[in-house]
Design a protein around this ligand. Structure first.
Ligand code: NAD
Ligand code: MG
Length: 394
């Protein structure tokens, strides 16, 4: 029986993973090793019971007693805290879902690669902040990484067996987000509620706002560069309002392969779960005549300053991906708290990259995960300083 672990099981991607596993027979089909979550230990315990997991881990040690209570009478062991999270990742599994959000997802993913198992990677921060380290760790242990971000799953599928040197361009599609039809001069006034209404995808609040600012797409451009090893000049972003084409690969002979489907993350999660097999998934079939037309537009960089900032981070490389991610995380925290405006988030990230590259901190390559985590910490401080100094006001 295939052994699975799900990191971030109580989140949006995690829940959809659990859904697919239960539909496939749950504990009759798979042996679940570990499931992890954050504050919601009631839900975590339910998932653990349904999948008959060996261990359930909450990130918060203060919730351990509640988790124990919720698991009473079940076969699942309870644990809490970052060290327990890593111990859970050390338990051998054949397939591991990495769906913790943010930098907290890095270390468990790295540890899981040590078994030489398959890592289904939703945590895009892992590739953006530590791409070369992660790929080297996978290669060292003969482990495989399968992308779960829908764009990268689409590119992976469109690429097939072709090597990257046959690719002329990778084309990432973007919905344009909640504010795509707002006049440019009003964007600075957009509120959290305005930016939080995604036109096509149901996702968490943070990623929905990152979609409106295109910081999410900017992260995905860096993710593409790191995962597929393609020159950044060959990565294009197009706005595709309908979110039906999940991304494309243009080959040097002019052929463009597109991955299409309904906007449902279970396409990408299910593909990674069943790879290299394709099994049926509970996704709505595409009704092309009902859709009628698909549209594509070039993004306006004045509207989406996150895109040129990602190019700058890729030019610097080294630890710039870690600084970019941490800077945008903090900028988003400040926007959510009402301390800065919507367009000022890019100003914060720009200030972080400028300050840290001028003192030489960004140019070094990460030798270990600790270097990445140290840069994550430093960039957050620089972001807070930029906000305090009002440098981001624009
Ligand atoms: P989410 O916020 O819905 O869930 C995150 C999960 O991580 C939860 O289980 C939460 O309890 C856990 N978690 C939060 N903080 C933690 C910490 N400090 N330590 C340990 N666990 C912690 O997030 P999501 O939308 O499911 O996204 C997960 C990852 O997948 C992100 O990297 C995101 O960018 C990526 N992703 C998400 C989607 C989507 O449709 N939601 C699509 C593509 C990629
Ligand atoms: Mg995506």
């Amino acid at each position: 029986m295939r052994r699975l672990s799900i990191f971030g099981a109580t989140g949006s991607v995690g829940e959809q993973t659990v859904d697919l596993i239960l539909r496939a027979g749950g504990p009759r089909t798979y042996r679940t090793v570990a499931v992890t979550g954050g504050q919601n230990v009631t839900r975590l315990a339910q998932i653990a019971r349904e999948l008959r997991a060996e261990i359930a881990v909450t990130a918060d040690p203060a919730r351990l007693d509640d988790l124990r209570t919720a698991l009473r009478g079940s076969e699942t062991q309870a644990a809490a805290g970052p060290a327990a999270m890593l111990e859970a990742a050390d338990r051998p599994a054949d397939w591991v879902m990495s769906a913790i959000v943010g930098a907290a997802g890095l270390a468990p993913g790295f540890r899981a690669l040590r078994h030489g198992s398959t890592l289904a990677l939703a945590n895009k921060e892992s590739l953006v902040t530590a791409g070369p380290l992660l790929l080297a760790e996978a290669a060292r242990h003969g482990a495989r990484i399968l992308p779960v971000d829908s764009e990268h799953s689409a590119i992976f599928q469109a690429l097939g067996a072709d090597p990257v040197d046959r690719v002329e361009r990778m084309i990432l599609t973007a919905s344009g987000g909640a504010l795509r039809d707002w006049p440019l001069d009003r964007l600075a006034q957009a509120t959290v509620a305005d930016a939080g209404r995604h036109p096509n995808w149901a996702m968490g609040q943070r990623i929905t706002i990152d979609s409106a600012s295109m910081f999410n797409k900017a992260m995905e451009v860096i993710e593409t560069r790191e995962f597929f090893g393609i020159d950044p000049a060959r990565i294009e972003v197009v706005i595709h309002r309908e979110s039906i084409v999940h991304s494309m690969v243009a080959f040097r002979d002019g052929a463009v392969m597109a991955h299409m489907g309904s906007p449902d993350m279970r396409h990408a999660i299910g593909y990674a779960l069943n790879w290299p097999e394709r099994l049926s998934l509970p996704v709505a079939p595409l009704d092309l005549p009902a859709l009628g037309r698909l549209t594509f537009e070039a993004p306006d960089e004045a509207r989406y300053p996150a895109l040129p900032l990602a190019r700058e981070a890729m030019r610097i490389r080294g630890l710039a991906g870690a600084a970019f991610n941490a800077g945008k995380e903090r900028a988003l925290d400040h926007f959510l708290a009402g301390r800065i405006g919507f367009m000022a988030m890019a100003g914060v990230v720009e200030a972080v990259l400028t300050t840290l590259s001028s003192d030489g901190s960004l140019q070094n390559d990460a030798r270990a995960l600790e270097d990445v985590l140290a840069m994550d910490h430093l960039a957050r401080i620089r972001a807070d300083e930029a906000v305090a100094a009002g440098a981001a006001a624009r």
